[in-house]
Design a protein around this ligand. Structure first.
Ligand code: XMP
Length: 561
């Protein structure tokens, strides 16, 4: 459990960063870099040729996905595979090199997961990271033993006098981030030590056959030159050309979708969110009006949201959209329902019913398009369920395919969220849609504590509109993961002019997050909070008190219900 030992290495009271922290801060750094990034220009995107893949063999490290992400940032496609993936699966990716990830096992123990033999037999370059290094040491005839001294945290890397393309452009001594206990006692034949640290005489090893091992983690933010090292591996060692761009992705996908769909019919649910918007736009580009989008207004959306979404797709992009106003049906289903989970179930079931009714009207439909993203695929694969069976619960399309015998099209299933955003921009979607904060499928229903009524929905819409407005004015919208108002069922006494009031209490929630798994409450400027509060009590007559939620997740959740 090398990486998991990290936490108990704190020798003082000072809080030591856990692997989760490092992962989150690395994603944060990537997101910040991407915030200002523009999609590659068309000419630049046209680095001709087939896709080249760096295959990340996963041994269960929390960082495996991060390695994949880092390689893609260098405009080289990377995909993660299980450590026992069959060669046929890997061969179809056109591999240019392998990275063996870290992992919780110990390479010297019997039964430790090892790399498949094709990794070594293919003659392709290999980079083993941490556990991955120990695996290749063991498999190629070296010796791995439990380390006497654990090495955790930042340390300085010094190069030996053997030159290596891995270190091109890297200044040393260089800070690197370690998290290991086991160490290489003897290198396999043909290997030389390329770098060392205070506690690891063999921090990096390499052979003339382009096989390398790193004891540290180049993918995390605490190894500042790690990205250069990974880039060197991809370009200088594996010979990749860097043709992974959104421009290339669009032409490839359009071609693939055309082949897959033929003259079949596709349906897709629009939610107003970026994933479904990008998927619909991509499929529309490929097969035009063979795609019909179904957009259901569940009556639980925010002010102006329905009109804006409809206009973008129907008027700007010219798509065929079947719009259903289900407001009354959803409100009827929600009557008397106060339990959060029951609300979700009621909304989900009603959505499926409407979607089915609409699909039936279209006659024979062959495909259902879904905005499944790469992290969803990984999550479902690691939870043991069949990857292809995973249907996002988001916007409640779940349950449809089994009954309707539709084949799934998931054109962004290997993309990360920020890649989907880039793709959206490249496809011509408005920035406002591409950068929209996440909005839950059950909508405002889970932001009204207690029973949902049309009166309460209107109160919440008014308050929420003010929050959005002020956050955007203050240029905070993109920095915040989510920002919204919650209508509680608490009423409190206030005074306005000479009158006593007895009005609703509204909660304001603003959080920063990378993935919604954890979140911190946003340290919003007081003047922004003051404006929000003033405007809500002045402009929404039913509300006389506003509070700001200062809890993080965990222990709270982002939504109040
Ligand atoms: P919580 O409240 O669990 O939310 O911290 C994490 C993220 O998920 C969103 N969320 C939902 N999204 N259907 C959705 O599509 C739901 O039922 C649902 N509940 C929460 C929430 O907005 C946040 O981004």
């Amino acid at each position: 459990m090398e990486e998991d030992r990290a936490e108990d290495t704190a020798e003082t009271n000072r809080r030591v960063a856990t692997t989760g922290d490092i992962e989150v801060s690395t994603y944060l750094e990537i997101a910040e870099e991407k915030g200002g990034a523009q999609p590659a220009a068309a000419a630049e995107a046209e680095v001709a040729g087939e896709r080249e893949t760096i295959v990340v063999v996963d041994f269960g490290s929390q960082y495996s996905l991060l390695i994949t992400r880092r390689i893609r940032e260098c405009q080289v496609y990377a995909e993660m595979v299980e450590h026992d993936a069959p060669w046929e699966r890997v061969a179809s990716l056109n591999p240019k090199g392998f990275i063996l990830s870290g992992g919780p096992a110990s390479a010297y123990e019997p039964g430790a997961p090892l790399a498949p033999s094709y990794v070594y037999e293919s003659g392709l370059p290999v980079l083993g990271i941490c556990y991955g290094m120990q695996v290749l040491a063991r498999q190629l005839g070296g010796q791995v033993t439990p380390g006497v001294k654990r090495e955790y945290g930042q340390t300085l890397l010094h190069l030996s006098d053997v030159e290596s393309p891995l270190f091109a452009g890297i200044e040393t001594p260089s800070q690197v981030w370690m998290s290991h206990a086991d160490r290489i006692e003897a290198m396999p034949p043909g290997f030389r030590a390329l770098a060392y640290t205070e506690n690891s005489p063999i921090a990096v090893m390499g052979s003339d056959n382009r096989v390398f091992g790193l004891q540290f983690h180049p993918e995390v933010v605490h190894t500042p030159q790690g990205k250069t090292l990974l880039k060197n591996f991809a370009f200088r060692v594996c010979g990749c050309r860097g043709n992974w761009t959104m421009g290339n992705f669009i032409s490839e996908s359009v071609e693939r979708i055309r082949q897959q769909v033929g003259d079949g019919k596709v349906i897709s649910a629009l939610s107003g969110g970026v994933d479904s918007a990008v998927v619909a736009t991509l499929i529309h580009r490929a097969v035009g009006d063979q795609l019909t989008c179904i957009y259901v207004n569940n009556g639980l959306l925010r002010r102006e949201e329905v009109e804006r979404t409809f206009n973008v797709f129907r008027l700007n992009l010219g798509m065929q959209i079947n719009f259903v106003d289900g407001t009354d049906r959803f409100l009827k289903r929600l009557k008397g329902v106060t339990d959060p989970e029951r609300k979700r179930i009621a909304i989900g079931q009603e959505f499926i019913k409407i979607f089915e009714e609409e699909a039936k009207k279209l006659g024979k439909v062959d495909f259902l398009a879904q905005g499944t993203l790469y992290p969803d695929v990984i999550e479902s694969a690691s939870s043991g369920s069949s990857v292809s069976a995973k249907i996002k619960t988001h916007h409640n399309v779940g349950g449809l395919p089994a009954k309707m015998v539709l084949k799934l099209i998931e054109p962004v299933r290997y993309l990360f969220k920020d890649e989907v955003r880039q793709l959206g921009i490249e496809l011509g979607l408005p920035e406002e849609m591409v950068w929209r904060q996440p909005f839950p499928g059950p909508g405002l229903a889970i932001r009204i504590i207690g029973e949902v009524t049309s009166e309460k929905l209107e109160i919440l819409r008014s308050a929420d509109f003010i929050v959005m407005n002020e956050i955007k004015q203050a240029q905070l919208y993109r920095q915040l993961w989510q920002t919204f108002a919650v209508l509680t069922d608490v009423r409190s006494v206030g005074v306005m002019g000479d009158h006593r009031t007895y009005g609703y209490l509204v909660g304001i929630r603003a959080v920063t997050s990378q993935d919604a798994m954890t979140a911190d409450w946003a340290r919003m400027p007081y003047d922004v909070l003051a404006r929000i509060s003033n405007r809500i009590v002045n402009e929404v007559p039913e509300v006389n008190r506003v509070v700001y939620d200062i809890t993080s997740k965990p222990p709270s959740t982002i939504e109040w219900e």
